[in-house]
Design a protein around this ligand. Structure first.
Ligand SMILES: O=C(O)c1cc(=O)[nH]c(=O)n1[C@@H]1O[C@H](COP(=O)(O)O)[C@@H](O)[C@H]1O
Length: 281
């Protein structure tokens, strides 16, 4: 299989051209209602298309949250396929937020579903959970390398409950989260200008100076906007690794719809605030 150029290289380029913002496509039932849309497949389709038309030609990354599409069954998944295709055609990279993770042999099938270049849901990268053991992700790592796709592996998540697993200290004295970051550093070794194997680290987490976040790959940083973090927090949370951060905003942008201009303006405001925060870092 001839793959695309590696995800990390493609991501670095689009981040340099457009800035690093990732807008999440999270069609919550409450947002569909606020937009005056039905909680229906038609509403889902109009919501997703509006977001793609408003911002896919200007942000680096769009991140559809699969659950909000799966909720509608096969017709919702069909909308997800169209959303991914149209976002990619407009020049954004698509991170499929499906947070898959399973025993290795099943993980191979999840990888085929999202990371095989001929799959209907092929995406530039996929969020995955390493909490069945990092090694269980090997089939996804292998297929991502072959396709020129990437992974974002949950390391230190934005939700307060995550700490009981991720900050837990192993027998060797390292935390579970640091162990995940260590695995990613090995995957990305020697990859220039940026590796394809990223971590998810919440922008809400405050001081992370005890973690080595500089692992050669991108860091997807959700939590800005609705979860309380701001672009100004990024330098303090991520330190030197801030140059590799892809900050995600979902509801903070989406609540400005359904007007496309208002959505675009909201996304530009976050992009400007992120640029200002990174410049001062
Ligand atoms: O993997 C993710 O994207 C993710 C990881 C995490 O630790 N926290 C987190 O909020 N997310 C996702 O990021 C998005 C955040 O949405 P907002 O809080 O509306 O900006 C949702 O789609 C979450 O599922």
């Amino acid at each position: 299989m001839t793959g695309l150029e590696p995800f990390g290289a493609r991501l670095r380029r689009v981040m340099d051209e457009r800035g690093p913002l990732c807008v999440g496509i999270d069609p919550h039932a409450s947002l569909l209602a606020e937009w005056g849309l039905g909680d229906t497949v038609d509403g889902l389709e109009r919501f997703s298309r509006t977001v793609v038309e408003a911002v896919a030609d200007r942000v680096a990354v769009l991140k559809p949250q699969s659950a909000f599409f799966e909720r509608f069954g096969s017709r919702g998944v069909a909308v997800l396929e169209t959303t991914v295709r149209e976002a990619r055609e407009a020049g954004a990279l698509v991170v499929m937020d499906a947070k898959r993770g399973d025993i290795g042999s099943t993980m191979a099938a999840y990888a085929e579903a999202f990371l095989h270049k001929d799959a209907p849901l092929f995406s530039d990268a996929l969020t995955v959970s390493p909490y069945l053991g990092y090694g269980s992700l090997s089939p996804a790592v292998a297929l991502a390398r072959e396709s020129g796709a990437g992974l974002f592996v949950l390391a230190l998540t934005s939700n307060p409950e995550g700490g009981e697993v991720q900050h837990a200290v192993r027998a060797d004295g390292r935390t579970v989260g640091a162990t995940v970051l260590g695995h990613l550093a090995l995957e990305n070794a020697g990859e220039e200008p940026l590796g394809s194997f990223g971590a998810v680290v919440g922008a809400t987490l405050g001081d992370l100076s005890s973690y080595d976040l500089d692992m050669g790959g991108p860091i997807l940083a959700p939590g800005i906007g609705a979860q309380g973090a701001t672009p100004a927090d990024l330098p303090a949370v991520f330190g030197r690794a801030v140059r590799n951060v892809v900050p995600n905003v979902s509801r903070g942008v989406l609540r400005h719809g359904p007007d496309a201009v208002a959505l675009r303006d909201a996304s530009e405001r976050f992009a400007d605030e992120i640029r200002a925060a990174l410049t001062s870092a």
